[in-house]
Design a protein around this ligand. Structure first.
Ligand code: AKG
Ligand code: FE2
Length: 410
């Protein structure tokens, strides 16, 4: 965020999370699906940003809050204009929200607010087409506004733009192995477990770039370069770990995002393996570990929607990630690629779902979460997952095969 400090952006996102649910995603449900709950969440977010604008002298109100307020106003107006009734009261509430955004909001979204005002006025004069086309275009414009203001959107955790999320992954603190087995492993149910990796040396050591350079800097590692592995410009490269770290701190555009993804780094560099400890949950089912992989990259890396054959504990050592999960049994509704190499990957772009091409995705229920630093996420076998990093992020996945397979789900 340009004029605001990192702390400010964090405060914005933390407070928004508080009132809009863990990730704040209800705040931006797709326009054509706008229901009373979405509107309530959007109104609540705006209310909270409003309170922040009044929390002290005006001169001390951070730019981040003013821009957040403008974005919240834009969202309220958008949901109002597409509310089921779409009557006069919705129209005037939308106009009021946009005007308030102009008066009290920051400058960054001024053009978007003005454009939305112009559209509503034109519609009122009969100068614009009605019906579904308008809803689609409006949704598209909203996405564009989010894209252009990616930094604010990220600070507010408005990701992905078309989220219809309703349920969150259950979050538990330090549960016992027995409880994990009975309530999650045997029931084929994802869970976030917090508070169990505080003692890992990695939690402190990996924050220190000099340490990483010292133990691994001259070693060659494979990295993925590009938006994500299903994009045509995507490629793999071999570079030194130092080059990777330098690139990570300087990468700005999605086409050269560099991601050290799904690499068994700990087999290759033994010193790094001493910084992590296999979580005891990975012994559920009495099987054996299949692989430990590193996932290290800058903010904005995306692992497209896919599934894996093994049980997985994904440990979030540094940074945060947005993760969306769909159960294993709905595989066909997620349109897997037909080529064998990609048959575990969905053709659906979660960031921009094309409902014309993939209509069955529209009503699929999913669960999602923000995996915070220090969390473990259990992903049962064959559960579909989409992962986006919300900051520089280092995760370690522990895949294991159980001797005893859970009876439910997959
Ligand atoms: O963290 C990511 O980007 C993807 C992780 C993943 O797909 C896995 O652990 O199986
Ligand atoms: Fe995976």
């Amino acid at each position: 965020m340009a004029a605001a400090g990192e702390g400010e952006a964090e405060r914005v996102s933390a407070l928004l999370r508080e009132i809009t649910g863990e990730g704040g995603f209800a705040f931006v449900a797709s326009a054509d699906k706008a229901g009373a709950g979405d509107l309530r969440a959007a109104e609540a977010a705006r209310e909270m940003a409003w309170e922040q604008l009044h929390s002290g002298p005006w001169s001390e109100v951070g730019t981040a809050w003013r821009d957040a307020y403008a974005l919240a106003c834009l969202n309220v107006a958008r949901l109002r204009t597409h509310a089921a009734s779409g009557g006069d009261s919705d129209r005037s509430a939308a106009l009021r929200a946009l005007d308030m955004g102009l008066i009290m909001g920051g400058n960054l979204l001024r053009a978007d607010l003005e454009a939305a005002l112009a559209r509503i006025s034109a519609e009122a004069c009969g100068g614009s087409e009605g019906g579904e086309g308008v809803v689609d275009k409006e949704d598209q414009r909203w996405r564009e506004a989010l894209d252009r203001n990616r930094d604010i959107a990220d600070a507010l955790k408005i990701l992905p733009a078309n989220s219809l999320s309703c349920k969150k992954v259950e979050r538990r603190s330090c549960i016992s192995l027995e409880e994990f087995i009975c309530n999650y492993f045997l029931r084929d149910t994802p869970v976030i477990i917090s508070g169990t990796i505080e003692h890992w040396p990695a939690r402190t050591k990996w924050k220190d770039i000099e340490y990483l350079k010292k133990v691994a800097g001259d070693r060659t590692v494979p990295v993925e370069v590009g938006k994500n592995y299903v994009c045509s410009e995507w490629k793999q490269e071999l570079i030194t770990f130092s080059q990777f770290l330098d690139r990570m701190s300087s990468t700005v555009c999605p086409s050269n995002l560099t991601y050290l993804a799904q690499h068994p780094l700990f087999e290759q560099i033994k010193e790094l393996s001493e910084d992590i400890i296999v979580p005891e949950y990975c012994y559920a089912g009495g099987g054996e570990l299949q692989s430990l992989n590193a996932w290290f990259g800058p903010e904005g890396t995306v692992t497209p929607l896919h599934h894996d054959p093994h049980h997985n504990i994904l440990a979030q050592v540094l940074g945060r990630k947005y993760i969306r999960l769909y159960p294993a049994f709905i595989a066909e509704d997620l349109y897997p690629h037909t080529e064998t190499m990609l048959s575990n990957t969905s053709q659906v772009d979660v960031d921009n779902i094309d409902l014309k091409e993939f209509p069955r995705v529209e009503n699929l229920e999913f669960i999602d979460c923000i995996l915070e630093e220090g969390d473990l996420l259990y992903i049962p076998p064959k559960w579909w997952h989409y992962v986006r990093s919300l900051s520089t992020s280092f995760s370690v996945s522990f895949w294991w095969r159980a001797a005893v397979q859970p009876s439910g789900g997959s």
